[in-house]
Design a protein around this ligand. Structure first.
Ligand code: GLU
Length: 307
């Protein structure tokens, strides 16, 4: 039996550096929505990108979230343990090999009649003969093909708590990256596949995350449908921005919890998060849980100011 049980919410950071104020605020929001609706709340470490992720970073992120007072239902799920589940899901989907390099896609995408940002379909309808040729050409360059979804819908509609019905393109998204032959391993699993398989596996039915990910929701919801999963409900929340309206980053000063704690106490940091959620004067996450009203959350990006 699975260790996970829905209905559940989750926070799913990528362990490639310390969480900053915007990430922490999104984590608090995910926890608030789950706990206010009586759901389980899981932490998932999205470390499929083996070059950018580290266990050390994951441990620091978990320590920081716990320092804020957030609690998670055990166990923590690590995507690096989930290869078999992704392979099993991949086998159930309609897919095809893609031999394109980034440059191939850029060049093909600039041709007339292709939709900007969408895969131009170069490898979608190749014959077996053409595939064998492209595969061996790729092998000469030491590369393995990527695997793409063969989408049978052009667009898909999701329900979002703040954005209502949101329709967007599905696209033949990458499910598995092309690997390198010399490393004798296939490439990493792609985010879009891993996130959907794991949300399904963990009984997650409420997805709270930054609204920069809203455009990827239709393709993910389509994938979920193809895997026979029940539709998720989405809650995309506004990002925190720094000077110039750009997404919060190192250049904005002391933005990570550890940097902030060098200047103030954890109750002050929680107080800043509370203030950004319309709960000024509250200094604990349990206090926010009592006061937070989802309907009152401002949908404008929250402007970070260093104190
Ligand atoms: N791991 C993703 C990130 O850190 C979030 C994925 C998600 O919440 O669906 O941006």
């Amino acid at each position: 039996m699975s260790a996970f049980q829905g209905p559940a919410g989750r926070y799913a950071p990528s362990p490639s550096g310390d969480l900053h104020f915007g990430n922490l605020r999104t984590a608090v929001l995910a926890w608030l929505f789950a706990r206010q609706t009586g759901r389980k709340f899981y932490l998932r470490v999205e470390d499929i990108d083996s070059e950018r992720s580290s266990d050390e970073s994951a441990t620091r992120q978990i320590e920081d979230l716990e320092a804020l007072g957030l609690d998670f239902d055990p166990p923590v799920l690590y995507q690096h343990d989930r290869g078999d589940a992704y392979a099993e899901a991949l086998a159930r989907l309609d897919t095809y090999e893609c031999y394109c390099s980034r440059r191939d896609i850029r060049e093909a995408a600039s041709a007339p009649h292709t939709q900007p940002g969408m895969y131009p379909g170069t490898c979608r309808d190749l014959t077996e003969e053409q595939r064998a040729l492209r595969r061996s050409q790729l092998a000469e360059e030491g590369r393995l093909p990527a695997i793409r979804l063969r989408a049978h819908a052009r667009e898909w509609t999701v329900q979002d708590f703040y954005h209502g019905e949101y329709t967007g393109p599905v696209d033949d998204v990458i499910l598995k990256r092309g690997g390198r032959l010399d490393q004798a391993q296939a490439g990493d699993w792609a985010y879009n596949l891993a996130v959907v398989v794991d949300d399904g596996f963990q009984g997650v039915d409420q997805i709270v995350r930054g609204d920069d990910l809203l455009p990827s929701a239709p393709a993910q919801a389509y994938l979920a449908d193809q895997l026979g999963l029940t539709a998720f409900s989405y809650i995309h929340v506004p990002l925190v921005v720094g000077a110039g309206g750009r997404r919060l980053a190192k250049r904005d000063g002391a933005v990570t919890l550890r940097e902030m704690l060098a200047e103030k106490g954890v109750a002050d940091v929680v107080g800043d998060i509370a203030a950004s959620l319309g709960c000024g004067g509250v200094t604990s996450v349990n206090g926010i849980l009592q006061r937070f009203d989802p309907a009152q959350l401002s949908l404008d990006p929250w402007l970070w100011t260093s104190q």
